[in-house]
Design a protein around this ligand. Structure first.
Ligand code: FEO
Length: 395
């Protein structure tokens, strides 16, 4: 990725990670980018760095504009290693005595990641910093999505450097929203579902606060994916919608299967849901990545989970999916459990317990079928789907 001018004396100098396909367990089918930004003023500022493995590319992008030694200030909006991994290389090249601005929690976290005694400046929420003709304002955004997270706002240009928020795991040649296809919103939705969903309540409070304060935003520069310049409100409004967990008339049927019996049940449950006028799709957990499934869960009203019983337990992939989903705290959902079993059949009970712990409404009792479902059992599965469909319509 070449450095790209995004406004007068402001450049995007980050890198594309084209071939990453697994970002700590999140499937990145189209790679990702680690964005960093260079602001030239009386004091030159670097906002964020990149993942370790890419510092040469970052420093080369900067060197196409200025000698990295001419950077006066480095800002770390977030400590996670995809944005701080290159810090030791960058600080070495920029000058280890140059001020490194971060939040108060950022100071603690950076010190726990790196042994370097850098010239830290921990900022207060709302603190400003003049860099010449321009002023930066630091905004604490704790738990969006780490305790150290903060935004940096460039007052005169009305640019928000938003760290992970409003980002997308996507590597492309496009830089701005107006150059991107509509599919970029699917990447943004997946990012929200898998990284930020559990912080929805904090996120909506922050968005409300920003809207009430009348903060003008002409451009949002996240640390992953494209920059929102044509219509920043598009992604802000999408976040507000996703945070409110107002699901569609939609069900996600998630299952695994040993000898296709639970799968046959899943297909019949989907048929019943369709019959009740609900959009529904089956997802075999071993064929779809859990982060793709969570993207579907985000705006679904019902999550129906099926598992065979293996050695008196849930099938391991189903336990994995439930653990992942539970951590992301989906809200305002209906749940239901089903599964085929041989002789003990505990899986449905365990799914039900997990769904209850996630505070899902469970309007229909779990459905178990011994061994292979025959016509009658499949008819029962269709009815089970219809009942869930009615509960969705009534919710
Ligand atoms: Fe992109 Fe939380 O790091």
């Amino acid at each position: 990725m070449e450095p790209i001018k995004i406004a007068d004396n402001i450049y995007s100098v980050g890198v594309n990670d084209w071939n990453i396909r697994d970002f700590h367990g999140y499937s990145t089918h189209q790679g990702t980018s680690y964005n960093a930004f260079l602001i030239l003023d009386e004091k030159n500022v670097l906002v964020d760095t990149v993942k370790d493995g890419f510092p040469k590319e970052l420093l080369s992008n900067i060197a196409n504009i200025i000698d990295p030694k001419e950077i006066d200030i480095v800002i770390s909006n977030h400590t996670e290693m995809d944005h701080s991994g290159a810090l030791p290389h960058v600080m070495h090249r920029v000058g280890a005595d140059k001020p490194l601005y971060c939040s108060k929690m950022g100071l603690r976290n950076l010190q726990r990641h790196f042994s370097h005694d850098w010239n830290y400046h921990a900022v207060e929420n709302g603190e400003t910093l003049s860099i010449g003709k321009r002023t930066l304002t630091f905004m604490e955004t704790r738990m969006l999505h780490w305790p150290d997270s903060m935004f940096t706002y460039l007052n005169e240009d009305k640019i928000l450097f938003s760290s992970d928020a409003f980002g997308q795991h996507y590597a492309g040649n496009e830089v701005f929203d107006d150059e991107s296809q509509d599919a970029i919103m699917l990447h943004a939705k997946k990012y929200f579902a898998n990284i930020l969903m559990l912080y929805s309540k904090k996120t909506i409070k922050l968005i409300d606060k920003v809207v009430e304060s009348g903060l003008e935003i002409d451009m949002i520069c996240p640390d992953h994916g494209i920059i929102w310049r044509e219509d920043p409100s598009r992604i802000i409004n999408a976040y507000a919608r996703w945070c409110k967990a107002e699901p569609q008339k939609k069900a996600v049927v998630i299952y695994d299967t040993m000898w296709h019996s639970t799968e046959k049940m899943a297909y019949s449950v989907v048929a019943g849901l369709h019959d009740a006028g609900v959009e529904a799709r089956p997802f075999n957990i071993r064929k779809s990545d859990r982060s793709d499934i969570m993207t579907e869960v985000l705006d679904a009203k019902a999550v129906v989970v099926g598992s065979p019983t293996l050695n008196n337990q849930l099938f391991p992939s189903v336990a994995d999916m439930l653990t992942y989903m539970k951590g992301l705290k989906p809200q305002n959902k209906i749940g239901a459990a089903f599964g085929s079993y041989g002789w003990s059949g505990e899986a449905v009970k365990y799914i039900t317990r997990e769904l209850e712990e996630m505070k899902f409404d469970l309007p229909v009792a779990g459905l178990r079928v011994q061994y292979v479902p025959g016509e009658d059992a499949l008819e029962q599965c269709i009815d089970f789907g219809r009942e869930i469909g009615k509960a969705i319509a009534a919710a």
